[in-house]
Design a protein around this ligand. Structure first.
Ligand code: PLP
Length: 389
């Protein structure tokens, strides 16, 4: 099991190369820290059910917030694209991979986000890795929230810009850093997530946008966990809006929304756009159908948050701000044990450990979707009370 920190897979015949010895030593150190991770096969049965080790569990560890991976219109759109355009795009978007659905999805995303244009990427991770180094470099400044996703930090590192980290959601600290550092750097980028992936809380976007205006910094937000489940942030307009097609939009891929000039620059400079194959047509078609659904069904899209609030209320926690509710346990071993205890009760709630979250804040990350039933939510809350006390 992924979470169990078991090294037995790696204790075969003695290693023959220094590379293998190196890998085994690193793995042993991770296991000693309860940080070893192993990919686990999960087969999704339906909207909320998952099969693991031959058992059916109710999953609270999926980012398919709207359960659209199984929605008939979305499936139909993907099938139709598969039939019409084939399984793969066959090239990068600048060469030959930009099939007709691309333009439609880019236009729909830009319109939904209140931007002039959009650019698709192979994933949300690749969007951040491509966009940030296209816009800033050596001599520039990137200011990132302390808890920002690994790919925002990765993009900042690749850029070669000076990186400064502000305390989580602390616009006052960001202002202090800008006051100190802005004048000695040519350009500045201020980067954060709309909804924090492991904490479920929301960035103070209005304050950050004011700061960006005051210091002539470019605001970049990553809305991976907000799109489709929280109303789009319309005011003030944000210069660079990044996100993924793989969470509420039930597909695969990433995007960046910005002005036409910025998108045209990305077409020329974003290495993960220029040098990587365009998305498969069926993935684009599925995301487009999912986005159409999101625009047409606001009541349904409110359900993941309503479900999260039912859970936080039942446990006497502060009302959830998003469909993600963290239950911070502290030690990695304790978080793993809590996750296993919930699994024994029929729930999949994966433990999230460092380095994904800061030292000492290992947690259960509970993610709610539209089709979790009230009964399942209440049963999970009772099990959590049992397990965490
Ligand atoms: C999931 C996530 C990503 C990565 O998106 P993928 O499309 O899965 O690569 C990027 N940023 C944030 C904040 C995320 O939560």
């Amino acid at each position: 099991m992924a979470q169990r920190g078991n090294l037995s897979h790696f204790t075969g015949p003695s290693p023959s190369s220094s590379l293998d010895t190196f890998a085994r030593a690193k793995l042993a150190a991770l296991a000693a820290d309860a940080r070893l991770r192993t990919p686990t096969t999960s087969r999704r049965d339906d909207a909320v059910g998952v099969q693991r080790d031959g058992r059916r569990l109710i999953s609270f560890s999926s980012n398919d917030y709207l359960n659209l991976t199984q929605q008939p219109e979305v499936l139909r759109a993907a099938h139709a694209a598969l039939t019409e355009f084939g399984t793969g795009s066959g090239g990068s978007p600048l060469v030959s991979g930009r099939h007709p659905l691309y333009e439609r999805l880019e236009a729909a995303l830009a319109d939904y986000k209140g931007s002039a244009a959009a650019c698709l990427f192979g994933s949300g991770y690749l969007a951040n890795l491509g966009v940030i180094p296209s816009l800033v470099g050596s001599g520039d400044l990137v200011l990132v929230d302390q808890l920002a996703h690994a790919c925002i930090v990765g993009g900042a590192r690749l850029s070669g810009a000076t990186i400064a980290t502000f305390a989580h959601n602390d616009a006052t600290h960001a202002a202090t850093l800008l006051a100190r550092l802005r004048t000695t750097h040519r350009h500045a980028l201020l980067a954060t997530e709309n909804v924090f992936s492991m904490d479920g809380d929301l960035a103070p976007l209005d304050e950050l946008a004011s700061l960006a205006a005051e210091y002539d910094a470019w605001l970049l937000t990553d809305d991976a966990h907000g799109l489709g489940v929280l109303a789009p942030h319309s005011r003030p307009p944000i210069a660079l809006q990044i996100g993924t097609l793989s969470k509420a939009l039930a597909s695969y891929g990433g995007y960046a929304c910005a002005s036409q000039a910025v998108v045209a620059l990305l077409h020329n400079r974003a290495r993960t756009f220029v040098y990587s194959t365009a998305l498969p047509p069926a993935s684009v078609a599925a995301a487009l159908a999912a986005l159409t659904f999101v625009r047409e069904q606001p009541d349904y899209c409110a359900r993941p948050l309503e479900n999260a609030r039912r859970f936080t209320q039942r446990l006497g926690l502060a009302p959830a701000a998003s469909p993600i509710v963290p239950l911070v346990v502290g030690a990695s071993r304790a978080a793993l044990a809590a996750s296993q205890a919930l699994e024994a009760r029929g729930f999949l709630v994966v433990a999230i450990r460092p380095p994904t979250v800061p030292e000492g804040t290992a947690r259960l990350r509970v993610a709610f979707s539209a089709q979790h039933s009230d009964e399942a939510i209440d049963a999970l809350a009772d099990a959590v009370t049992d397990v965490l006390g």
